[in-house]
Write a protein of this length. Structure first.
Length: 301
């Protein structure tokens, strides 16, 4: 492939590339477009495209870059030639030769600038009201989460914070979903003697849901992103049984397959519990609503 073809791909607007793949922005703010991450399932848009710099950043995974690294996320490959092939096929650009060397320069990902990050106890507030709407009671949330105060571009914000193994935090509020770097898994150890069982969850809302439902037997590991499954293995290798409460979508099935190939029968799929729901938190929300409706019917009798 000639250099001019690589340059042509580099100048394809990322928004046009995503549109060809069937993904449209949810909102626009200045020169930034916000999407629901196109290569994983999420409810709250946390994928940003800077249309001026032609760079993307995924606040949910802590990854970012140019159109080539974005193609790599779609095909789950860091091989530059494979990324080029995917872009060429998507944009209908003919490839002249089968091989190409990787460019010596790639733009630095555009990263969020979190300023003045502070932690505080999670007291009753609009944050705990938000968690309650998702079926998480204050007693559970306050045990595992904190309030995270932080700034972005001179403005102050607050969110629910859930710590990970690298000293970073997964953060959630009614309006935002992201991560204060570094991105990593979270391991919650059971009290008392060492556990032989570990339960695995994709996100911390699912872990909090399990704690609410009384399912968190043994230790618990939260991936904080399906892309962190490789990081999780060094923590999971020593367990005799691994209970998997993963999302019932493509990313969840792929993660379960990876764990099954490594651990065989030690990796147990527990998602039948919430069959018909996307994840454990959705199941909890439906169960909570059903219980409230039943209680209301009793009161009205």
């Amino acid at each position: 492939m000639e250099r001019t073809e690589i340059d042509t791909m580099r100048h394809i607007p990322i928004a046009d590339f995503l549109a060809r793949l069937g993904h449209e922005p949810v909102r626009r703010s200045g020169n930034e477009l916000w999407y629901r991450a196109p290569y994983r399932n999420e409810r709250t848009p946390s994928f940003r495209v800077n249309v001026t710099k032609q760079l993307w950043y995924d606040f949910g995974t802590g990854k970012g870059g140019d159109i080539f690294t974005l193609a790599g996320e779609f095909i789950q490959s860091g091989d530059f030639m494979e990324q080029v092939k995917f872009i060429a096929g998507t944009a209908n650009i003919p490839m002249s030769v089968p091989e190409v060397s990787r460019p010596t320069f790639l733009p630095k990902p555009s990263e969020p600038a979190f300023e003045g990050v502070e932690t505080a106890p999670l007291l009753r507030s609009p944050l705990t009201d938000y968690l309650a709407e998702r079926g998480i009671p204050y007693a559970v949330a306050s045990r595992y989460c904190c309030r995270l105060n932080y700034g972005v571009r001179g403005k102050r914000y607050f969110a629910v914070g859930f710590p990970n193994m690298a000293g970073g935090y997964e953060i959630r509020s009614r309006f935002f979903k992201g991560c204060v770097p570094l991105k990593d898994v979270s391991l919650v150890k059971a009290e008392g003697s060492p556990a032989d069982v570990c339960s695995v969850f994709e996100g911390f809302m699912d872990f909090l849901s399990a704690a609410t439902l009384g399912l968190e037997t043994g230790d618990c590991l939260v991936l904080n992103s399906a892309s962190n499954v490789e990081k999780a293995m060094k923590h999971l290798d020593g367990y005799g049984r691994i209970n998997c409460y993963l999302d019932r979508d493509e990313a969840g099935r792929r993660t379960l397959d990876i764990l099954g190939k490594r651990y065989g029968g030690r990796a147990c799929d527990r998602s039948a519990l919430y069959d018909g729901c996307k994840d454990l938190n959705e199941y909890l929300q439906l169960a909570t609503k059903k219980e409230m409706d039943n209680n209301l019917k009793i009161k009205l009798k």
